[in-house]
Design a binder for this molecule. Sequence first.
Ligand code: GMT
Length: 375
Amino acid sequence: MKIGIVCYPTFGGSGVVATELGLELSKRGHEIHFITYNQPVRLELLSNNVHYHEVNVPEYPLFHYQPYELALSSKLVDMVKLHKIEILHVHYAIPHAYAAYMAKKMLQEEGIYVPIVTTLHGTDITLVGSHPFYKPAVTFSINKSDAVTAVSQSLKDDTLRLFDIKNDIHVVPNFIDLDKYKHGFTDCQRGMMADDNERIITHISNLRPVKRAQDVISVFYNIQKEMPAKLMLVGEGPEREKIEIRCQELGIIDKVIFFGKSNEIDKILCFSDLFLLPSVTESFGLAALEAMASGVPVISSNTGGIPEVNAHGVSGFLSNVGDIEAMTKHALHILSDESRLQTFKDNARKESLKFDLHAIVPQYEAIYEDTLTKC
Ligand code: GMT
């Protein structure tokens, strides 16, 4: 199939999933066209089967807001015609599903039919999409998609609760390329980050308020009072400065390493002992799955789709949002005993096998085929 993939090209989970999906589909013989405003961060190699088409939005002084949707839908029309793209798969509803629908209507005028698959990722539904400013357009574009998928059962339930949706929503969980995490957990250059007797705690996110990175600091503060420990904070975002100030106030700044945006997540996870994800909401928690695939147990909140990924008492523990005490207790339980820590590490890795890309990507292929047959 010739498949157009529209996504955010950033470090955010939806862009990562879209990119990994496109790369795997290309390995399975499909021709993939990424259409977005920058080359996706995890898209390192272009090939015969993997193409990237940049959406440019020319600046015009009249516009207070530059019309990205318009530029995207025009680019989609051009690319579908030029490369004979058969199906468009858009990741994150806003504004991608809307722009794709416009492209589809424009192409129909020329007798070209291209169906749209929309994947809902999380904040496009739970935070941004359900805002009254966007809700009618988001509802419309989901209902106009030829197929809709959600990355967890929880996100599907949220979508049906928050929007008046007329079509089926298929749950296709996020996935992981386990081969990428098959390092022997031995050569991790751990010594560069911490002393042998220190535990390494890691948090990776876009440091937006929804991630509750302040809770990460509180839990880490409690842990390091009980045992030698370091915190790896990976990612950039609006909370970063406040977090640095708080670390200084608490006197733990020398125990916290700020990585900023990183393309070396697998290396950082390789030497981590515990992953913290205390988010207010999380449709899935791809970062937690990446940690588990690296054999890192997860201490998380119990909201949204996280319980579908992190198995309580097996790959880590779940607690109510903001329950610092419980998160600390669980973290210390895992970290305080070497053999228990090893059991949780092994379990985390085993649990991640459920999300092997070889099992999940064919589900998307089946949806494409079914959608093309119906159209
Ligand atoms: O908010 C983010 O972390 C980014 C966002 C995105 O769409 O890029 O992440 C959402 O999609 C990921 C991939 O499907 C999920 O793993 C995240 O749980 C989800 N984030 C939230 O729901 C807050």
